[in-house]
Design a protein around this ligand. Structure first.
Ligand code: IPE
Ligand code: IPE
Ligand code: MG
Length: 261
């Protein structure tokens, strides 16, 4: 039997309700390289091909937002040569993907402690963010020097500053205000978090935002995760029932079986 083409698979995924916002913890690059007797950086290089393929597929199926965990606040503690290699790859990625991002109407965004990034990464990143600002087809957010706790601390600090200046009443602090003060302000609610490489943890990724996200763990290492694998996750998501605290019967009775957020 002839196996389905990626176009067939994507069109099946497209025909059913999609998650609005998918986050991916792209893990396992180092192990992928080590298993082949290669330096870890070769795993990161192959991982950037997965980033391109997964982004293209996400755009084709019509996701509104894709957030990729590329470098955590904690990853600065890795050996200096690995950190430097990752920063080089990041710069390369931003320069190489610029045209495709712009041609496809993608808005490139970034969250994290961006002022910690070296200037040679920050410059192409800021340029592409500015150039793609008005694009609306999909928001691709890179989580760089990102940590969920760091983000919550920054949010709390901003709220406290406003309160101290008398611009905000404590009673006005709400979920909506927290959402609007986080680095992810303006992005749709996070519906699905994918983590590759068999680890079952969030490693400080989108802690507030993942409160009601569906979690999908796969044993595949990130360099082996491509368009087809993304579609497998989306299909699994489409077969899950999201209850948001209600009973299954209540959810079934809803006119459209969608998030009640
Ligand atoms: C993920 O792959 C990429 C980053 C964290 C930057 P890893 O480098 O963590 O790969 P493993 O987990 O060591 O295999
Ligand atoms: C999480 O992976 C961070 C990224 C994928 C960027 P890690 O490999 O750093 O996570 P831990 O250390 O195993 O939790
Ligand atoms: Mg890892």
């Amino acid at each position: 039997m002839k196996s389905d083409s990626i176009a067939d698979i994507e069109s099946r995924v497209k025909s059913r309700p999609l998650p609005r916002h998918v986050g991916i913890i792209m893990d396992g690059n180092g192990r992928w390289a080590e298993a082949k007797g290669l330096p870890r950086i070769e795993g990161h290089r192959e991982g950037s091909t997965s980033v391109q393929e997964v982004t293209r597929s996400a755009r084709r199926v019509g996701l509104e937002a894709l957030t990729l965990y590329a470098f955590s606040s904690q990853n600065w503690a890795r050996p200096a040569d690995e950190v430097a290699g990752l920063m080089d790859l990041l710069r390369e990625y931003l320069l190489k993907e610029r045209e495709e991002i712009l041609d496809n109407g993608i808005r490139l965004s970034a969250i994290g402690e961006l002022d910690k990034l070296p200037r040679y990464v920050r410059e192409p990143l800021d340029a592409l963010r500015a150039e793609s600002e008005k694009n609306r087809a999909m928001t691709l957010t890179l989580a760089l020097s990102y940590g969920g706790r760091e983000e919550l601390v920054a949010m709390a600090r901003r709220v406290a500053e406003k309160a101290a200046k008398g611009e905000l009443e404590p009673a006005a602090v709400s979920e909506a205000l927290v959402d609007a003060t986080l680095w992810t302000a303006g992005l749709p609610p996070l519906d699905l978090v994918i983590r590759t490489s068999g680890e079952r943890r969030l490693s400080n990724f989108l802690l507030w935002q993942s409160a009601y996200a569906e979690l999908y763990f796969t044993e595949l290492l990130w360099p082996d995760f491509r368009a087809k694998e993304l579609c497998d996750c989306l299909t699994q998501f489409q077969n899950r029932e999201r209850r948001f605290g209600q009973t299954s019967a209540q959810v079934q009775a809803l006119p459209i079986r969608r998030a009640v957020s």
